[in-house]
Design a protein around this ligand. Structure first.
Ligand code: AP5
Length: 230
Protein backbone atom coordinates (compact mmCIF):
# COMPACT_ATOMS: atom_id res chain seq x y z
CA UNK A 1 0.00 0.00 0.00
CA UNK A 2 1.36 3.43 -0.87
CA UNK A 3 1.64 6.25 1.60
CA UNK A 4 -0.66 8.29 -0.65
CA UNK A 5 -3.41 5.69 -0.07
CA UNK A 6 -3.11 6.26 3.65
CA UNK A 7 -3.53 10.04 3.31
CA UNK A 8 -6.63 11.63 4.86
CA UNK A 9 -7.14 8.59 7.08
CA UNK A 10 -5.95 10.25 10.27
CA UNK A 11 -9.38 10.12 11.81
CA UNK A 12 -8.08 9.96 15.37
CA UNK A 13 -4.99 10.75 17.47
CA UNK A 14 -2.02 8.41 17.03
CA UNK A 15 0.27 7.09 19.78
CA UNK A 16 3.75 5.67 19.09
CA UNK A 17 4.64 3.22 21.85
CA UNK A 18 7.92 1.36 22.28
CA UNK A 19 11.25 1.24 24.09
CA UNK A 20 13.86 4.00 24.03
CA UNK A 21 15.64 3.96 20.67
CA UNK A 22 12.89 2.05 18.86
CA UNK A 23 12.63 4.82 16.24
CA UNK A 24 9.44 6.49 17.50
CA UNK A 25 10.77 10.04 17.06
CA UNK A 26 12.22 9.32 13.60
CA UNK A 27 8.89 7.94 12.38
CA UNK A 28 6.67 10.41 14.23
CA UNK A 29 8.33 13.33 12.42
CA UNK A 30 7.67 11.68 9.02
CA UNK A 31 4.11 10.58 9.76
CA UNK A 32 3.06 13.90 11.35
CA UNK A 33 4.49 15.78 8.35
CA UNK A 34 2.62 13.47 5.95
CA UNK A 35 -0.71 14.20 7.65
CA UNK A 36 0.09 17.87 8.34
CA UNK A 37 -0.52 17.49 12.09
CA UNK A 38 1.73 18.27 15.09
CA UNK A 39 4.31 15.77 16.33
CA UNK A 40 3.95 15.85 20.11
CA UNK A 41 7.03 14.41 21.81
CA UNK A 42 6.86 14.78 25.60
CA UNK A 43 10.65 14.22 25.66
CA UNK A 44 11.19 17.15 23.24
CA UNK A 45 8.78 19.35 25.25
CA UNK A 46 10.70 18.60 28.45
CA UNK A 47 14.08 19.22 26.75
CA UNK A 48 12.79 22.60 25.51
CA UNK A 49 11.81 23.47 29.10
CA UNK A 50 15.29 22.44 30.27
CA UNK A 51 16.96 24.53 27.52
CA UNK A 52 14.89 27.64 28.28
CA UNK A 53 15.28 27.17 32.06
CA UNK A 54 11.61 27.05 33.11
CA UNK A 55 10.66 25.75 36.61
CA UNK A 56 9.38 22.56 34.91
CA UNK A 57 12.72 22.20 33.14
CA UNK A 58 14.62 22.60 36.44
CA UNK A 59 12.51 19.82 38.00
CA UNK A 60 12.77 17.52 34.98
CA UNK A 61 16.51 17.89 34.20
CA UNK A 62 18.02 15.64 36.92
CA UNK A 63 15.22 13.06 36.51
CA UNK A 64 15.79 12.82 32.75
CA UNK A 65 19.58 12.64 33.10
CA UNK A 66 19.18 9.67 35.47
CA UNK A 67 16.81 7.99 33.01
CA UNK A 68 13.78 7.97 35.34
CA UNK A 69 10.27 9.13 34.45
CA UNK A 70 8.99 12.61 35.25
CA UNK A 71 5.86 12.60 37.46
CA UNK A 72 2.48 11.89 35.87
CA UNK A 73 1.08 15.10 37.29
CA UNK A 74 3.63 17.35 35.54
CA UNK A 75 3.42 15.42 32.26
CA UNK A 76 -0.38 15.50 32.17
CA UNK A 77 -0.53 19.24 32.81
CA UNK A 78 1.99 19.84 30.01
CA UNK A 79 0.12 17.56 27.57
CA UNK A 80 -3.35 18.93 28.35
CA UNK A 81 -2.12 22.47 27.75
CA UNK A 82 -0.49 21.44 24.45
CA UNK A 83 -3.39 19.52 22.91
CA UNK A 84 -5.83 22.31 23.76
CA UNK A 85 -4.05 24.54 21.20
CA UNK A 86 -5.74 25.15 17.85
CA UNK A 87 -3.10 23.36 15.75
CA UNK A 88 -4.08 20.03 17.38
CA UNK A 89 -7.70 20.25 16.18
CA UNK A 90 -7.06 18.12 13.01
CA UNK A 91 -5.22 15.45 15.05
CA UNK A 92 -1.71 14.79 16.39
CA UNK A 93 0.94 12.12 16.76
CA UNK A 94 2.11 11.34 20.31
CA UNK A 95 5.68 10.10 20.68
CA UNK A 96 6.71 9.02 24.19
CA UNK A 97 3.29 9.60 25.76
CA UNK A 98 1.51 7.96 27.52
CA UNK A 99 4.20 6.09 29.43
CA UNK A 100 2.39 4.90 32.55
CA UNK A 101 -1.01 3.38 33.20
CA UNK A 102 -2.08 6.58 34.98
CA UNK A 103 -1.15 8.64 31.90
CA UNK A 104 -3.00 6.24 29.59
CA UNK A 105 -6.15 6.33 31.72
CA UNK A 106 -6.01 10.13 31.96
CA UNK A 107 -5.62 10.39 28.17
CA UNK A 108 -8.63 8.11 27.65
CA UNK A 109 -10.66 10.53 29.77
CA UNK A 110 -9.41 13.58 27.85
CA UNK A 111 -10.20 12.00 24.46
CA UNK A 112 -13.61 10.91 25.65
CA UNK A 113 -14.38 14.46 26.81
CA UNK A 114 -13.21 15.76 23.40
CA UNK A 115 -15.37 13.13 21.63
CA UNK A 116 -12.39 12.33 19.40
CA UNK A 117 -12.66 8.53 19.71
CA UNK A 118 -9.89 6.23 20.91
CA UNK A 119 -6.31 6.78 19.74
CA UNK A 120 -4.66 4.37 17.27
CA UNK A 121 -1.61 2.91 19.03
CA UNK A 122 1.43 1.69 17.09
CA UNK A 123 3.76 -0.57 19.06
CA UNK A 124 7.38 -0.55 17.80
CA UNK A 125 8.99 -3.95 18.40
CA UNK A 126 12.83 -4.01 18.34
CA UNK A 127 15.20 -6.57 19.91
CA UNK A 128 16.91 -5.12 23.01
CA UNK A 129 20.46 -5.63 21.67
CA UNK A 130 19.72 -3.24 18.77
CA UNK A 131 18.55 -0.45 21.09
CA UNK A 132 21.92 0.22 22.78
CA UNK A 133 23.66 0.74 19.42
CA UNK A 134 20.89 3.03 18.20
CA UNK A 135 20.94 5.14 21.37
CA UNK A 136 24.71 5.46 21.87
CA UNK A 137 25.05 6.36 18.16
CA UNK A 138 22.23 8.92 18.08
CA UNK A 139 23.05 12.56 17.34
CA UNK A 140 20.36 15.28 17.13
CA UNK A 141 20.46 18.65 15.34
CA UNK A 142 20.37 21.51 17.86
CA UNK A 143 18.44 23.69 15.36
CA UNK A 144 15.70 21.64 13.65
CA UNK A 145 15.81 18.42 15.71
CA UNK A 146 16.71 16.14 12.74
CA UNK A 147 17.82 12.72 14.06
CA UNK A 148 21.02 10.92 12.87
CA UNK A 149 23.02 7.90 13.86
CA UNK A 150 26.80 7.84 13.57
CA UNK A 151 26.71 4.10 12.75
CA UNK A 152 23.65 3.71 10.54
CA UNK A 153 22.40 7.17 9.45
CA UNK A 154 25.46 9.45 9.47
CA UNK A 155 25.29 13.07 8.26
CA UNK A 156 27.16 13.99 5.04
CA UNK A 157 29.52 16.26 7.05
CA UNK A 158 30.56 14.97 10.47
CA UNK A 159 28.88 16.87 13.32
CA UNK A 160 26.66 19.00 11.02
CA UNK A 161 23.00 18.61 10.05
CA UNK A 162 22.37 17.91 6.34
CA UNK A 163 19.16 19.96 6.43
CA UNK A 164 20.14 23.23 8.13
CA UNK A 165 23.84 22.91 9.03
CA UNK A 166 23.03 22.91 12.77
CA UNK A 167 25.38 21.30 15.30
CA UNK A 168 24.74 17.62 16.03
CA UNK A 169 24.67 16.93 19.75
CA UNK A 170 24.46 13.82 21.92
CA UNK A 171 21.64 13.72 24.48
CA UNK A 172 22.86 13.55 28.12
CA UNK A 173 20.59 10.53 28.70
CA UNK A 174 22.24 8.57 25.86
CA UNK A 175 25.09 7.51 28.20
CA UNK A 176 25.12 3.71 28.85
CA UNK A 177 24.18 4.05 32.59
CA UNK A 178 21.20 6.29 31.78
CA UNK A 179 20.15 4.03 28.89
CA UNK A 180 20.09 1.03 31.27
CA UNK A 181 17.86 3.00 33.67
CA UNK A 182 15.55 4.11 30.83
CA UNK A 183 15.16 0.50 29.71
CA UNK A 184 14.41 -0.54 33.31
CA UNK A 185 11.76 2.22 33.57
CA UNK A 186 10.33 1.15 30.20
CA UNK A 187 9.89 -2.48 31.27
CA UNK A 188 8.45 -1.58 34.69
CA UNK A 189 6.13 1.27 33.76
CA UNK A 190 5.54 1.54 30.01
CA UNK A 191 5.56 -2.00 28.57
CA UNK A 192 2.34 -2.88 30.51
CA UNK A 193 0.57 -0.40 28.19
CA UNK A 194 0.98 -2.92 25.35
CA UNK A 195 -1.50 -5.24 27.11
CA UNK A 196 -3.68 -2.29 28.13
CA UNK A 197 -4.17 -1.16 24.51
CA UNK A 198 -4.28 -4.72 23.16
CA UNK A 199 -7.24 -5.38 25.47
CA UNK A 200 -8.94 -2.25 24.12
CA UNK A 201 -8.42 -3.46 20.53
CA UNK A 202 -6.58 -0.26 19.57
CA UNK A 203 -3.04 -1.69 19.20
CA UNK A 204 -1.18 -2.26 15.92
CA UNK A 205 2.18 -4.05 16.26
CA UNK A 206 5.04 -3.47 13.81
CA UNK A 207 8.53 -4.91 13.31
CA UNK A 208 10.68 -1.80 13.82
CA UNK A 209 13.99 -3.66 13.28
CA UNK A 210 14.09 -2.73 9.60
CA UNK A 211 15.21 0.20 7.46
CA UNK A 212 13.61 3.61 8.14
CA UNK A 213 11.52 3.54 4.88
CA UNK A 214 10.40 -0.05 5.59
CA UNK A 215 9.27 0.93 9.08
CA UNK A 216 7.42 3.97 7.68
CA UNK A 217 5.53 1.67 5.30
CA UNK A 218 4.68 -0.67 8.18
CA UNK A 219 3.36 2.25 10.25
CA UNK A 220 1.03 3.43 7.46
CA UNK A 221 -0.19 -0.12 6.81
CA UNK A 222 -0.88 -0.65 10.54
CA UNK A 223 -2.75 2.67 10.76
CA UNK A 224 -4.91 1.70 7.82
CA UNK A 225 -5.68 -1.74 9.34
CA UNK A 226 -6.59 -0.11 12.66
CA UNK A 227 -8.81 2.46 11.00
CA UNK A 228 -10.89 -0.32 9.45
CA UNK A 229 -11.26 -1.99 12.84
CA UNK A 230 -11.96 1.04 15.10
P1 AP5 B 1 12.05 10.60 25.14
O1 AP5 B 1 12.68 11.75 24.50
O2 AP5 B 1 10.63 10.28 24.86
O3 AP5 B 1 12.97 9.33 24.92
P2 AP5 B 1 12.64 7.78 24.68
O4 AP5 B 1 11.23 7.33 24.79
O5 AP5 B 1 13.59 7.13 25.60
O6 AP5 B 1 12.82 7.56 23.23
P3 AP5 B 1 14.02 8.01 22.40
O7 AP5 B 1 13.83 9.43 21.97
O8 AP5 B 1 15.30 7.69 23.10
O9 AP5 B 1 13.94 6.99 21.16
P4 AP5 B 1 13.04 6.95 19.89
O10 AP5 B 1 12.20 5.72 19.93
O11 AP5 B 1 12.32 8.26 19.65
O12 AP5 B 1 14.16 6.73 18.78
P5 AP5 B 1 14.75 7.72 17.66
O13 AP5 B 1 13.78 7.88 16.54
O14 AP5 B 1 15.33 8.93 18.26
O15 AP5 B 1 12.13 10.76 26.75
C1 AP5 B 1 13.31 11.20 27.39
C2 AP5 B 1 13.05 11.34 28.88
O16 AP5 B 1 12.04 12.34 29.11
C3 AP5 B 1 12.51 10.09 29.58
O17 AP5 B 1 13.55 9.20 29.95
C4 AP5 B 1 11.79 10.70 30.78
O18 AP5 B 1 12.69 11.11 31.79
C5 AP5 B 1 11.16 11.96 30.19
N1 AP5 B 1 9.81 11.72 29.65
C6 AP5 B 1 9.43 11.88 28.34
N2 AP5 B 1 8.13 11.59 28.19
C7 AP5 B 1 7.68 11.23 29.43
C8 AP5 B 1 6.41 10.81 29.90
N3 AP5 B 1 5.34 10.67 29.09
N4 AP5 B 1 6.31 10.50 31.22
C9 AP5 B 1 7.35 10.63 32.07
N5 AP5 B 1 8.58 11.03 31.68
C10 AP5 B 1 8.74 11.33 30.36
O19 AP5 B 1 15.93 6.77 17.10
C11 AP5 B 1 17.03 6.39 17.93
C12 AP5 B 1 18.27 6.20 17.03
O20 AP5 B 1 18.03 5.10 16.14
C13 AP5 B 1 18.60 7.41 16.13
O21 AP5 B 1 19.99 7.55 16.04
C14 AP5 B 1 18.00 7.04 14.77
O22 AP5 B 1 18.70 7.63 13.69
C15 AP5 B 1 18.15 5.52 14.77
N6 AP5 B 1 17.09 4.85 14.03
C16 AP5 B 1 15.75 5.15 14.05
N7 AP5 B 1 15.08 4.29 13.25
C17 AP5 B 1 16.01 3.43 12.73
C18 AP5 B 1 15.92 2.30 11.84
N8 AP5 B 1 14.74 1.90 11.34
N9 AP5 B 1 17.07 1.65 11.52
C19 AP5 B 1 18.27 2.06 12.05
N10 AP5 B 1 18.42 3.12 12.88
C20 AP5 B 1 17.29 3.79 13.23
Amino acid sequence: MSQADAKNLLARPVIFLGPPGAGKGTQAKLVAKHYGVPHLSTGDMLRENVAVGTPLGALAKPIMERGDLVSDDLILRMVEERIARADCAPGFVFDGFPRTLAQAEALDGILKAQKSGPAAVIYFKVPEEILMRRLTGRRTCNVGGEIYNIYDRPPKVEGRCDVDGGELIQRPDDRPEAIRERLRAYHAQTKPLVDYYRAQGTLGEIDADASVPAVTGAVFAALQRLEKRL
